[in-house]
Design a protein. Structure first.
Length: 626
């Protein structure tokens, strides 16, 4: 049993559990099935037996001197054979195994895990090691005792960088195909190794053997290249449902009992007996630790009826600066398959796609407008259509540029909890700072400058005012200070209504009417008000999704009601969640119901870092006239 977390109930269960007797497992029993790339176009299933896997784990424990005090980081996907090494070597030694999220692709997360858990053993492939060495905090991962590097050839310069960053770490350069159960040979690198000479892959691990042979299956003298054949306890059983391929690749050992695996790798023996890896004898390549058969890609392409011939190769892109490489990778990861296809067609101008597309390039982003129908926006003259569409693109570019600047000034904010149950039955909680209902921040004191702008706009005539929503009473108090003739407040929450009643008793001479209702249910006399102030809140999660998240302003659904409430020339005011201006969609909605409108930008707002509903330092206040 493996303890994967430290919850108390686990320990109670373990205390009461019966000891399971150890059962011997025959070494020839199947332990794992790992798929690798295949040159025929179909992945090959490699059958790994218990004996081979046990030999690998035993070597790791002894060669790396693992003890229960060690901490092993498990980060590979279990479709990758090295994941078995990470998991089993730690468990077999009684060491702690730390599980990484996202299959170890996030360098920040890996460095954090190494430092927070005191990881002592790390298994990486060279391309991931290069990313970690670029991380500013990796050199502080001083709990690491050993780093096992494998999956692809280790460049000498990269090994030298690692030795310089973490001089106390033992570097092991490991080599081995899946058919030889993860690691077939390994070299413990000296910390002062030359940064110019390629590191060796060492000698066969305990229980394994390695031969460098020529085409006649004869031994090649030291220093001369040949194909590397592997044998011993680490060999896999063969390939799943492919006896013919198994027979071709797993051949009788001409030097003794058992079989040898023809690796397809070129190698040579050094004078000291260690092995040098010289590359592939066929088309197989290694990319980020994964074996890729170029023939598999070619076979897949040839299955398409429109492809007559196909060839695949590994294209090494020009070296880019570290920051630029990361940026290019991020850009590629954002693309869906259809978007990537569009960009390829656009760059190659297939199907005259450029003539159907308008675009803008800026240092921050690229914007494409691709028309699916030729009659979109069919103005009488092509110049008119072009002017309309180019203007729309230019405005979008300006909006995105402004949003980039605004976003940099936003506070972090906090997550808004979802509303549950009936709003009217939810408890309200006041403080000097805010009003909470059902966990929602309904209003906060920082909004006072906004409320001042709203109250001033609504009370311009000094006449009869309708206010939708009472909240903390900030805008209601400011309206009273403006000297309005009559003041009607629509509020639906019982506890907020009780606060409204208390607030009303403090103003005995004022003409204040409280309407205990949702505004949607309010029955009123049309044309009764000179000003309407809208500052309320959604009463359900559904209303939030449709009227706040999916609308240019929460007040949009209230526009028809506001228009009916007002006398001719009356004003309707509210604030918009569009930060610094109004979108054209918003403007069109306004002009459907009102004759004109104006916008005032309230700047210098200071929402607190934990605000759930606003994060910017400005907000637009709208005044619409009937």
């Amino acid at each position: 049993m493996a303890l994967l977390d430290d919850a108390p109930w686990w320990r109670e269960a373990l205390a009461d559990a019966e000891v399971m007797p150890a059962r011997p497992i025959p070494p020839q029993r199947l332990a794992a099935l790992i798929y690798t790339s295949g040159s025929t176009g179909m992945p090959k299933g490699v059958l790994i037996e218990h004996g081979a896997l046990a030999n690998q784990v035993h070597w790791l424990r002894t060669a790396l001197e693992l003890t229960p005090a060690d901490v092993v980081l498990q980060k590979y996907s279990f479709s990758f054979d090295a994941a078995l090494s990470e998991l089993l070597c730690g468990l077999a030694a009684g060491a702690e195994v730390v599980l990484a999220r996202d299959q170890g692709r996030d360098a920040d997360e890996l460095v954090r895990l190494i430092q927070s858990h005191g990881v002592t053993l790390l298994d990486v492939f060279p391309s991931l090691l290069a990313v970690l060495l670029d991380h500013e905090d990796f050199s502080a991962c001083t709990t690491l005792r050993r780093i096992l590097v494998g999956g692809e050839a280790l460049p000498a310069a990269l090994a030298a960088r690692l030795a310089q960053a973490l001089p106390a770490v033992q570097i092991i350069n490991a080599y081995g195909p899946t058919e030889a159960t993860i690691t077939a040979a390994a070299a413990h690198l000296a910390p002062d190794a030359s940064p110019l000479a390629a590191p060796p892959i060492g000698r066969p691990i305990a229980g394994n053997s390695a031969y460098v042979l020529d085409g006649a299956m004869q031994l090649v003298p030291p220093g001369l290249p040949g194909e590397l054949y592997l044998g011993g306890a680490g060999l896999a059983r063969g390939y799943l449902h492919d006896a013919a391929l198994t027979a071709r690749r797993f051949v009788p050992n001409p030097f003794g009992p058992g079989r040898l695996y023809a690796s397809g790798d070129r190698a040579r023996h050094r004078a000291d007996g260690q092995l040098d890896y010289l590359g592939r004898a066929d088309q197989q390549i290694k990319l980020r630790g994964y074996r890729i058969e170029l023939g598999e890609i070619e076979a897949a392409l040839l299955r398409h009826p429109g492809v007559r011939a196909a060839a695949a190769t590994l294209l090494r892109c020009p070296t880019a600066a570290d920051g630029q490489s990361a940026l290019l990778q991020w850009r590629l990861e954002q693309l869906s398959p259809s978007e990537a296809d569009f960009l390829y067609r656009f760059e190659t101008d297939q199907d005259q796609i450029r003539s159907q597309t308008m675009w803008r390039n800026t240092p921050q982003f690229q914007l494409y407008l691709n028309f699916q129908q030729p009659d979109f926006a069919p103005a009488p003259q092509s110049a008119q259509r072009n002017w309309l569409l180019q203007r729309t693109l230019d405005e979008t570019v300006a909006d995105l540029t402004a949003i980039d600047a605004i976003a940099r000034r936003c506070v972090a904010g906090s997550a808004r909890p979802e509303m549950e149950g009936g709003w009217e039955a939810s408890t309200a909680a006041w403080s000097a700072r805010e009003l909470l209902i059902d966990g929602q921040q309904v209003m906060q004191e920082w909004e006072r400058p906004l409320m001042q702008a709203l109250a001033s706009a609504a009370a311009t005539s000094g006449g009869d005012i309708a206010e939708i929503g009472f909240g903390m009473g900030i805008s209601a108090t400011l309206l009273q200070e403006c000297g309005v003739r009559a003041h009607t407040i629509v509020e639906c929450h019982p506890e907020v209504l009780a606060r409204l009643a208390q607030w009303r008793t403090q103003r005995p001479g004022a003409a204040i009417t409280a309407v205990p209702s949702r505004w949607q249910d309010w029955i009123f006399e049309p044309g009764s008000f000179d000003g309407v102030l809208f500052d309320t809140y959604p009463t359900s999660e559904e209303e939030y999704s449709t009227e706040v998240a999916g609308s240019p302003t929460f007040a949009a659904s209230f526009f028809p009601t506001a228009q009916r409430l007002l006398r001719p020339g009356g004003v309707f005011t509210y604030y918009s969640n569009e930060i610094d201006s109004l979108s054209r969609r918003h403007q069109r909605l306004l002009l459907e119901h009102f004759s004109s409108f104006s916008v005032t930008l309230v700047r210098g707002l200071r929402p607190p870092p934990d605000c759930q509903y606003w994060w910017a330092d400005s907000m637009a206040v709208v005044t619409a006239v009937k």
